[in-house]
Design a binder for this molecule. Structure first.
Ligand SMILES: [Zn+2]
Length: 212
């Protein structure tokens, strides 16, 4: 699955390079696509939260990979990910990589734990209107897509001093997509259609924020 995606991406990149290399092609129609950084939480030696036969690192990667694929299939965006497989990435790597790449937005995907119920999102405390709009757009789109599958509680748009929100140089949002240790939530996270709806919500929210 990942290998096939890699081949497809290389083919698309080659095609894009051919277009960009055409003489006198530079102009508004060839403006650079917005750079979207997707950060699947945890990975490798860090499984994140574990319960009900699920691991957070596997769920976040699945959601992020599908978010990338939906974005690239529907809009002209450049997507980079902190990881595309089950490998260990430090928090510093994730924000350093996004900052060095010059990402336009940073979207970190997590699964909650601690016995609650539902969906919530986070921004860094005290951020301006642009980041608040990113959070609102992603939050509402994820919720509405999740709700095409099942009833999901809205826990709200919250603030937290988290590394990936604090150290990223661009508007950043972190989503907590249900609770792995609450059985009703875990049963949704086990469903392929719910994971795809969650990814579609992230993709639609990102596209809407970027005005695509
Ligand atoms: Zn997490």
């Amino acid at each position: 699955m990942i290998g096939n995606n890699g081949l497809r991406r290389r083919t698309l990149l080659a095609a894009a390079a051919g277009v960009a290399a055409a003489p006198f092609a530079a102009g508004p129609a060839f403006a650079a696509a917005p750079k979207v950084y997707l950060d699947p939480g945890h990975g490798g030696t860090d499984p994140g939260a574990v319960a009900n036969g699920l691991q957070e690192k596997t769920l976040t990667l699945n959601i992020a990979l599908q978010t990338r694929d939906i974005l690239k299939a529907n809009w002209a965006v450049d997507v980079r990910m902190s990881r595309t497989s089950d490998i260990t990435r430090s928090l510093a790597y994730r924000t350093d990589d996004a900052n060095a790449w010059g990402a336009a937005i940073f979207v970190s995907i997590h699964i909650n734990a601690g016995g609650g119920n539902g969906f919530e999102s986070y921004r860094y405390p005290g951020v301006g209107a642009t980041t608040q709009r990113l959070q609102s757009t992603v939050h509402s789109n994820v919720l509405s897509q999740m709700r095409t599958i099942a009833s999901v509680t809205d826990r709200g748009k919250k603030e937290s001093n988290l590394h990936v929100l604090r150290e990223s140089n661009m508007p950043a949002v972190l989503t907590e997509n249900l609770f792995i240790d609450t059985l009703a939530n875990a049963n949704l996270l086990k469903r392929a259609d719910f994971i795809t709806a969650t990814a579609r919500g992230h993709a639609r929210g990102i596209a809407a924020f970027l005005g695509l």
